[in-house]
Design a protein around this ligand. Sequence first.
Ligand code: HEC
Ligand code: HEC
Length: 151
Amino acid sequence: MNKRLITFLSVCLLLSGTASAELNNPGGNGGVQSLRGATELDQTRPAEALKKYPREQVLTSEYVYQPPLVPHNIRGYEVSLNANKCLSCHSWKNAKEMGATKISVTHYVNREDAVLADVSPRRYFCLQCHVPQANAKPLVENVFRPVESLR
Ligand code: HEC
Ligand code: HEC
């Protein structure tokens, strides 16, 4: 057999192999796994159980200037163009009455370092920085250690 014919035949073999794999498992995940497990694309996995956010959990700071973790549930709290539920308790106007911590003055500073009369746009979407801490098992090991002064 000449070289060309051999190449041609092996390409045919390769192509028919791929085609049959696709026929056996159309829309499959191609063996890709994630830390949350593997799901074929044509199957719907049951949703994970909702996580708990224990109120008594101690949420300490691990580094200086860390946005404090949210020590309460935030399910259903809207933060959008039209409404900011967080500010209904945490704004300077409402904090006292609601018994919540006031947002600090840094939340009023814009990127030109001017102090505004209302929350700065760059601090409007609270959940960009503040997240509640669920009692969930970490998916990967975390070896972060706080700085000496916070230990
Ligand atoms: C119904 C009122 C209320 C709403 C709405 C609310 N909070 Fe709170 N928040 C509190 C109170 C009260 C505390 C004080 C701790 C506690 O009692 O849980 C607190 C504590 C916090 C703290 C910790 C502050 C500190 O000094 O460590 C953060 C951060 C926080 N909330 C963020 C948020 C974010 C982000 C939202 C919106 C997604 C939000 N909160 C919505 C009442 C509220
Ligand atoms: C860009 C990140 C960022 C965003 C967005 C942000 N924060 Fe913060 N927040 C911080 C950091 C950092 C701190 C701690 C240092 C400080 O006070 O500035 C903090 C502190 C706080 C504290 C504690 C204040 C204190 O005196 O101890 C509260 C309460 C809080 N934020 C609520 C909010 C709320 C409510 C929103 C949305 C309206 C918000 N934050 C948006 C970064 C952010």
